[in-house]
Design a protein around this ligand. Sequence first.
Ligand SMILES: [Zn+2]
Length: 312
Amino acid sequence: MTETDLRTHAEDIHDQFSDHLDVTVDEVEERLHTLVEEYKVPLDEARRSVTSHYLDEADMEREDLGGGGTTERVDVADVDEPEQWVDVTAKVVELWDPRSDAVAQVGLLGDESGTIKFTKWAKSDLPELEEGAVYDLRNVVTDEYQGRYSVKLNRTTVVERLEEDLEVGQDTKTVEGALVDIQSGSGLIKRCPEEGCTRVLQNGRCSEHGDVEGEFDLRIKAVIDDGDEAHDVLFDREATEELTGMTLEEAKDMAMDALDTTVVADEMATDILGRYYRVTGPTFRRYVLADEVERLDEAADPEAVLIKARSM
Ligand SMILES: [Zn+2]
């Protein structure tokens, strides 16, 4: 690390705050110097730390800063790091209802590589994005929450609507391993019948619509362990019927005979727990949504798998 490098980084940081704070390049450089040279903090981290310090001092959010001309054009599936300033060309695949007044719009953006969640801050003062339209979005900042990436549109973002269409790719994922856990909310469930709701009822209640006459459905929330990592996999009714060989009608009959819906998940567990599967499907939040399910034979050590299953 030469002093010239530090000086360049100090100038970069200074530029971002020069409108907001009375600070000199020398002062910024001094802070960087202390961290990098005295405390041996890696330069990236030192930059982040110094930037955070000035953000606090200026009472600003990181989103308020511009990218400083360092944005990179990326495909949405390649976003794998938070706090990067990037440009994307993407289609608004879906708009969701914002759950906070701080958010003007929230939804899903897609390009050929896949999809990514986006959030547009209310205070960003940007034009309304339309579902199905394609935009060039410059200067958006990446974020990460529980392993899922998103992009934030902020005050510095430039939005340009393009008169073209774009084929949105699916991010599908394949996981292969032992099915080691079946989580609660699996088996025979009831969903809210209200138009567009479909929430799973808890003790006959929808969290949105209260007591309702639910509609029966099948699903399995399972954990598949590939030996390195545990993956959450969601099987919808069709995939559950295929996985377990039990139809919705059979499941209802079984629950009726036992006067208990939990017997269904128990019965399913005896069939599938500890067995090996290859599951492919699109991802949603932390789940792989099982589209294709294939039973594998090579149960390496069934005893070890079961010990693992019981310990979860
Ligand atoms: Zn409901």
